[in-house]
Write a protein that binds this ligand. Structure first.
Ligand SMILES: [Zn+2]
Length: 106
């Protein structure tokens, strides 16, 4: 495959990922299972085409169980400059450092 075509393919893959995660956000209070499947699909596409899920979108769902974070299903705590997000579906904990207005993963 031409390099050009491959790049175009990855571009499309990225667009689909963004679209799927946005849909997951939209449907998380309507159909939580469906919403999770959107995230799962987005991740599969990301892996297949080796594209990154945009950092911002990664904050929308638990990377372990893939359920989108929604009210009552996750907990956020802030300790000094660390944000601690706990998924209440699988209890997976993520930590982020807040520094210079940027969110940095630890
Ligand atoms: Zn989880």
């Amino acid at each position: 495959m031409l390099k050009r075509e491959k790049e175009r393919e990855r571009e499309i893959a990225k667009e689909r990922i963004v679209y799927l995660i946005e849909r997951a956000e939209k449907f998380k209070n309507v159909d939580y299972e469906l919403s999770r499947r959107y995230v799962e699909l987005a991740r599969k596409i990301a892996m297949k085409y080796r594209v990154r899920i945009p950092k911002k979108l990664k904050l929308y769902f638990c990377k372990k169980c893939l359920y989108p974070y929604k009210s009552g299903r996750f907990r956020v705590r802030i300790n000094k400059s660390t944000v601690i997000i706990t998924c209440l579906n699988c209890m997976h904990i993520r930590r982020f450092q807040l520094r210079d207005r940027n969110v940095r993963r630890t």
